[in-house]
Design a binder for this molecule. Structure first.
Ligand code: NDP
Length: 329
């Protein structure tokens, strides 16, 4: 049982990585419907940067403990909780407050981590891996006939996506921002990887596909790849805009989709795809299965102490990281 205090990265203002400071905070016993967990590891995600800069607003304002993804062990159980017990290994991807040593969390966010998957791996993959699950299986149904383009192929989401898409039999084209990242992506399922800092990715995609274009583009870059991503699509292809690493896409007229070939466009979020307990369970089980089968390996090239969350953010934004990153409390 906790001492009533813990440590967490508390954001008191929006801004650069320097606003992420570690503090002692109160930790009350878990309320009804909650458990208390001790984190083994916390996932670093680009969405944490959007909250830090203020692009996305903290739901209850400031101060705010940033972070949506973590894994740990249950240390206390609130009233009415019957499905989790002290000692359970658990993980989550959808509740603010992850950058902390210990925390209370509603059990509706939690899944139990199966044997054979470490808590560090779980913290590294829940948010990114469940994102890949819905992008490849539900936003667009990827299969052996699919030719797809996935930007930021060597990133956290990107390395999982390449392997999973390959396992589904697709032809997988990626982009990455350095030659080392190109090599890494090629080792993680991608058939072709374009260095989009050096090459025109629209021309290269046209060459690779014999002029046809791809069925679906997964674009988490936003501003810098718009509208070029649309020019990579076949007629009636789908543009999946799921992130803003370079800044948000500017407003555009719907008629652009007509001009570029009767395209479909969607702007999905993970949280809408795991909104019910049934969806969360199915999504997590699908991820656990693909990892336990070794079709998808979770690459964690970087770990930082939790207290160095600011440095981790700076490296993520400077495009210095590849694969997933975890913070260790
Ligand atoms: P990544 O590890 O992929 O890091 C982002 C990568 O984007 C960088 O490594 C870099 O790769 C590339 N990039 C291109 N331009 C820029 C730029 N101007 N500044 C910074 N990075 C740039 O992060 P995550 O795996 O955490 O997330 C990937 C994306 O997916 C993010 O945009 C995130 O918001 C989005 N996402 C969306 C979800 C949803 O449900 N909608 C859920 C989860 C993630 P390179 O150097 O190779 O270009």
């Amino acid at each position: 049982m906790s001492s009533g205090k813990t440590r967490a990265i508390v954001m008191r203002e929006t801004g650069g990585p320097e606003v992420l400071k570690i503090e002692d905070i109160d930790l009350p016993p878990p309320a009804a419907g909650q458990v208390q967990i001790h984190h083994a590891a916390v996932g670093l995600n680009f969405i944490d940067v959007y909250f830090r800069t203020g692009l996305y607003k903290a739901p209850n304002g400031l101060p705010f403990v940033v972070g949506k993804e973590g894994a740990g062990t249950v240390t206390a159980v609130g009233a009415g909780v019957t499905d989790f017990a002290v000692g359970d290994r658990v993980a989550y991807a959808s509740s603010d407050g992850a950058y902390s040593v210990e925390r209370n969390i509603e059990t509706r966010h939690l899944v139990k981590v199966p044997e054979g998957i470490s808590l560090e791996t779980a913290a590294a993959m829940m948010l990114k891996g469940m994102t890949v699950e819905y992008l490849l299986n539900r936003t667009y149904k990827v299969g052996p006939d699919t030719v797809l383009l996935f930007h930021a192929a060597a990133g956290g989401v990107g390395l999982i996506a390449g392997q999973w898409a390959k396992a589904l039999g697709a032809t997988v084209i990626g982009t990455a921002g350095s030659d080392d990242k190109v090599k890494l992506a090629l080792q993680h399922g991608y058939d072709h990887v374009i260095n989009y800092r050096d090459d025109n990715f629209v021309e290269r995609v046209r060459e690779i596909t014999g002029g046809k274009g791809v069925d679906v583009v997964y674009d988490s870059i936003g501003k810098d790849t718009f509208p070029h991503s649309l020019d990579c699509l076949k007629p009636r292809g789908m543009w999946v805009s799921f992130g803003n690493a370079s800044g948000p896409v500017d407003s555009f007229s719907m008629s652009l989709l007509a001009q570029k070939g009767s395209l479909f466009a969607t702007r999905p979020t993970l949280f809408a795809y795991i909104a019910t307990p049934e969806e969360l369970k199915a999504c997590a089980e699908s991820l656990f299965a693909v990892v336990q089968s070794n079709k998808v390996r979770i690459n964690i090239p970087q770990t930082y102490p939790l207290a160095d969350a600011g440095r981790a953010h700076a490296d993520l934004e400077a495009r210095k990281t590849s694969g997933t990153t975890v913070l260790i409390p």
